[in-house]
Design a protein around this ligand. Structure first.
Ligand SMILES: Nc1ncnc2c1ncn2[C@@H]1O[C@H](COP(=O)(O)OP(=O)(O)OP(=O)(O)O)[C@@H](O)[C@H]1O
Length: 281
């Protein structure tokens, strides 16, 4: 059964004369890893803070885990996890102490030892926060976000500061949480971060959702015009076509095998930059 974790219709928010969120609709299903991607100032933080219940909206309908975040009781907040940027502002405490302290805020926390294992901080359990590396601090932030065993987890640029290997393991952690039924909403302006982690992406620009889809299909990418190139006796040939398989078949019928044959579609980055209007600036 598909259960909707987040449903948003016509969400709007302005700050004085600045329209931050300009009529957003969103549907996120339980167990989905959903990425909200957009440039600085697009309206991501405002949207997420409204969903978390930390900011009031001007208009629109918002339903998060079956409740309006603006009116939800503490029992609802227990089901929400937020990974803040550097939550642990008590550098003199150890990793185990901080995670243990946070666990006490929740009625049904995860086992702190298991959480330390999941974020790979078991070896650092006795270390004070000020002695952690940037990547280890980031993993501690994640530990504090998931210690309450949330149904919905908000992650803001989760892999900033992680090296490529740690990023890959982090992606496994996120997928593992989603497989257990945790819904994950991540926000980022880093395309590669969202592409690796999210099953579905919405691109937000100037307060509006300009495209939505899987990383493979976003912005019509899967069906976008292809470029076929090859090297003939007289140099490089390039054609743009909607029917690349036919173009290659025709080429073969005419010329047989050719050197340097490639068929390419726009990369996700090409599509993204187009969607956010970066190429008109
Ligand atoms: N508290 C506030 N008061 C006034 N304007 C604000 C406030 N918060 C955000 N804004 C404005 O609203 C717009 C959207 O900001 P928001 O922080 O939601 O974007 P964002 O996509 O999260 O950006 P970033 O990636 O830089 O964090 C921006 O123009 C921003 O300047």
């Amino acid at each position: 059964m598909i259960v909707t974790a987040v449903r948003v219709r016509g969400l709007r928010k302005r700050y004085g004369g600045v329209v931050a969120v300009d009529g957003i609709d969103l549907d996120i299903q339980q167990g989905e890893v959903f990425g909200l991607l957009g440039p600085n100032g697009a309206g991501k933080t405002t949207t997420v803070e409204i969903l978390e219940g930390y900011r009031a909206r001007d208009s629109g309908e918002v339903d998060v885990l079956g409740m309006d975040p603006g009116k939800a009781p503490n029992s609802w907040r227990d089901r929400i996890g937020v990974v803040w940027q550097s939550t642990a502002d008590t550098p003199e405490l150890t990793v185990a102490e901080i995670i243990g302290n946070f666990a006490r805020y929740y009625r049904h926390p995860r086992d702190p030892g298991r959480v330390m294992e999941q974020v790979e901080l078991t070896e650092q359990a006795g270390k004070r926060v000020h002695a952690l590396s940037g990547g280890q601090r980031r993993r501690l932030d994640v530990a504090l976000g998931i210690i309450g065993d949330p149904d919905l987890l908000f992650l803001d640029e989760p892999t900033t500061g992680l090296d490529p290997e740690a990023r890959r393991r982090f992606a496994d952690l996120i997928r593992g949480l989603a497989a257990e039924g945790t819904t994950i909403l991540l926000t980022s302006h880093y395309l590669d971060e969202v592409e690796t982690l999210a099953g579905r992406i919405a691109v937000i620009a100037r307060g509006k959702i300009v495209a939505e889809g899987s990383p493979k299909t976003l912005g019509g990418r899967a069906t976008a015009v292809s470029t076929v190139q090859w090297v003939g006796e007289d140099g490089l040939h390039t054609i743009e076509t909607d029917t690349p398989a036919k173009a290659v078949a025709d080429l073969y019928a005419e010329s047989g095998e050719v050197a340097g044959l490639t068929v390419t579609r726009p990369t996700l980055e090409d599509v993204y930059l187009k969607l956010i209007g970066a190429d008109d600036e």
